[in-house]
Design a protein around this ligand. Structure first.
Ligand code: G3P
Ligand code: MG
Length: 344
């Protein structure tokens, strides 16, 4: 694992292995960090039989806050500095879309009102939430009242003059009913809320983008919770009941190829950052995840090795996983130890 650094005689110890960690159900469950997670990261930071720092990044279908804020929270939880160069969340990839809509109005679903700050930081100049729209015309969804603080934080806009070009589902919607009603209004009117519905045969005028296909994910509740993928199923069921069709959409997040290609580039940059040399031969990448449908399927599709842990969505009692990992492990520490011993 020794490579002569081309520019100096300094020998650089390269690692033959690198890791990509899922977060929910692997490192944490809700706001609780799994004890084996801290031990696993300490192994990678140098406390291993290779005697080298083993590069790793975190790849989650979660989100809702800025990458900086999430890394701050994770560093505290994991007792280990996590930098933004090591972190990819569901909507990080939307930075690459901002230029396409930079002068357009976009509807941002998911998360809380602060998701607007994340969208603006990415380069979207006119993002709005369904709370902004509900505050403008409360009758748009009569079965919910806004709190005083929601009204205070809403953007004061007359949406009868706004033509939405896209609906971007950044994170898990908090109010599926309100979001479904407003997304349906925007899509069926071609972008202007309250406008006349286009015929179902009309070409789609509003882009619909999802960032996380997870039907299920694991927090500290004893059984998995519904994720953004469940909202997508619900929305499409309502759209189909209304029009007889499924509305076309773009899907990012694990296990999509786009997200795994993006992650592989982020990992390569991180390897350079850790080892200080250009990456010669890419080390063997191991993805450690709890959800066969997102973590294992995506890693297998990317040609990485994959480890399925038993601390999240997948339960060995349920029988064979829907996607076969390279191996299974009870938890993330065992997964890391076994993967390293396979590569030395
Ligand atoms: O919203 C979070 C959830 O869908 C998945 O999180 O970290 O298991 O990809 P993670
Ligand atoms: Mg997970």
């Amino acid at each position: 694992y020794i490579q002569r650094d081309a520019t100096s005689t300094r020998s650089v110890r390269e690692s033959p292995i690198a890791f990509v960690f899922d977060i929910d159900g692997v490192l944490i469950r809700g706001s609780n960090v799994l004890p084996e997670a801290k031990r696993a990261l300490r192994i990678l930071e140098g406390n291993n039989e290779l005697g080298v720092k083993i590069p790793y990044i975190l790849l989650t279908n979660g989100g809702g806050v800025s990458e900086e804020e999430r890394c701050r929270r994770l560093s505290k939880l994991l007792d280990q500095p996590i930098g933004i160069s090591q972190y990819i969340q569901a909507h990080t990839i939307l930075k690459s879309l901002a230029h396409k809509y930079e002068n357009d109005s976009v509807l941002v679903l998911g998360g809380r009102q602060n998701i607007l700050d994340v969208a603006r930081e990415y380069g979207f100049k006119h993002p709005y939430t369904t709370l902004d729209i509900k505050a403008w015309n409360p009758s748009i969804w009569p079965f919910r009242s806004l709190t005083d603080s929601e009204i205070a934080s809403a953007q004061k806009v007359d949406f009868s003059n706004i033509n939405f070009r896209a609906i971007l589902v950044f994170h898990d919607p908090r109010d599926w009913a309100l979001d479904t009603q407003i997304a349906l209004d925007v899509i069926r009117s071609g972008g202007v809320i309250g406008g006349p519905h286009l015929p179902p045969s009309a070409d789609p005028k509003v882009d619909l983008v999802f960032c996380n296909p997870d039907l299920l994910w694991r927090n500290d509740f004893p059984v998995p919770r519904l994720g953004q993928g469940a909202f997508k199923e619900a929305f499409q069921a309502v759209y189909k009941a209304s029009t007889g069709k499924t509305y076309p959409y773009l899907q990012f997040g694990k296990p999509t190829t786009a997200t795994y290609k993006f992650a592989e580039q982020v990992l390569k940059d991180r390897i350079v950052e850790v080892q200080g040399t250009q990456v010669g031969k890419l080390p063997q990448i191991y993805m450690i995840g709890d959800n066969p449908a997102s973590d294992i399927a995506g890693a297998n599709g990317a040609g990485w090795k994959s480890v399925l842990v038993h601390t999240g969505v997948y339960d060995p009692e349920d029988g064979k996983p829907t996607h076969e990992p390279t191996f299974q492990a009870d938890n993330v520490e065992e997964a890391v130890r076994q993967a390293i011993s396979r590569e030395i």
